[in-house]
Structure formats: structure tokens, C-alpha cells
Design a protein around this ligand. Structure first.
Ligand SMILES: CC(C)(COP(=O)(O)OP(=O)(O)OC[C@H]1O[C@@H](n2cnc3c(N)ncnc32)[C@H](O)[C@@H]1OP(=O)(O)O)[C@@H](O)C(=O)NCCC(=O)NCCS
Length: 143
């Protein structure tokens, strides 16, 4: 599968909104979905924030998700979201690897629910190591 990153377009937002509205994905990720107005306001802030780097993930010419790096509590964090029918095809791993070549700030942190084994595995495959964990969430870091 051909996986590419490109800048996020305003016209991508309805598709991202649909991806993050999936209750199964939200339960696994441990994040509540945002209501539509809140979601669009959030992305409109992101798109003009010079401290945020975001890319759309395109697999075989289909928009399948996004990957984002941002500042949080004094450190740099990465996050990503993929449309559920696309899971399990190596897309997130390929997308994060490509993103790490353009997001160069280190250390870079990743954070996942302890039950989100797919996300933890994606981070590990991209070189992140375990940093901390509690009963709810696991933090990994790329030095
Ligand atoms: C997490 C997410 C990005 C993974 O995307 P993906 O394209 O399926 O990931 P990949 O196919 O590149 O890799 C997934 C890896 O996790 C493994 N995996 C997936 N589910 C697993 C599970 N339940 N137990 C163990 N391993 C699991 C896969 O086998 C694969 O590892 P492998 O290549 O060694 O076999 C996707 O599920 C998603 O968008 N989820 C909703 C949003 C989310 O959780 N974002 C991250 C917030 S921290």
C-alpha cells in the first residue's frame, strides 16, 4: 500500500470528523469524540497554530487519517487517527515513520490508553521506548 503525507486541507475536516466520531475507535483510544462545532473549532485553531505540525495521511490515493505534533504540558507530543476500516494494514506505522522525518523536535512523546495495544505497537515500531505508565495510560518517548 502506498502511504503518503500531505498538508491538511479545510476540505479534509469532514472526513476527519467522521473518523473521530466512531465510538469503537474512541473507546479503544480512550478519547471522547468531539461534537461537530467543537471539532471544527479545534481544527481551525490547529491549522493556524505555528506550534502545531499536522499532515493528512493518504493511502492509495484515499484520505485515511491524520498525524499531528503539538506542545502539551511543556513537552512535544505526537498523535494520530486512522479510519477504522483501514486498521491493521501498517498504514499508521508507515505514516508515523514518514512524519518523524519532518517533525524533528526531540524528545517526542506518545501517549496511549493501556488497552490501545495497536497504538503502543505503532510507537514501538517507530523507535519509541517506554517512559512511564499507570493503570490507565502508557507514555512512550523518542529521544
Ligand atoms: C492506533 C492506530 C493508529 C493503529 O493504526 P494501524 O494502521 O492499524 O496500525 P499498524 O497497522 O501500522 O500497526 C498496528 C500494530 O499493532 C498491532 N496490534 C493491533 N491491535 C493489536 C492488539 N489488540 N494486540 C496486539 N497488537 C495489536 C498490529 O498487529 C500491528 O503490529 P505488527 O505490525 O507488529 O503486527 C489506529 O488503530 C487508530 O487510529 N485508532 C484510533 C485512534 C487512536 O487510537 N489513536 C492513537 C491515540 S494514542
Amino acid at each position: 500500500m502506498d502511504v503518503e503525507l500531505r498538508p491538511v486541507l479545510e476540505s479534509d475536516l469532514p472526513t476527519f470528523y467522521a473518523h473521530q466520531s466512531d465510538p469503537v475507535a474512541c473507546a479503544i483510544a480512550g478519547f471522547p469524540s468531539r461534537v461537530q462545532t467543537e471539532f471544527f473549532a479545534h481544527w481551525h485553531r490547529i491549522l493556524v497554530d505555528p506550534g502545531v505540525k499536522c499532515r493528512a495521511i493518504v493511502a492509495d490515493d484515499v484520505l485515511v487519517g491524520n498525524v499531528v505534533a503539538f506542545g502539551l504540558d511543556g513537552h512535544r507530543e505526537v498523535g494520530y487517527w486512522l479510519d477504522r476500516p483501514q486498521w491493521g494494514n501498517g498504514i499508521a506505522t508507515a505514516a508515523l515513520r514518514a512524519f518523524l522525518a519532518i517533525e524533528l523536535l526531540r524528545p517526542l512523546h506518545g501517549n496511549a490508553a493501556v488497552t490501545n495495544l495497536g497504538s503502543i505497537r505503532v510507537l514501538e515500531k517507530c523507535g519509541f521506548r517506554l517512559d512511564h505508565a499507570d493503570s490507565q495510560r502508557v507514555g512512550l518517548v523518542l529521544d
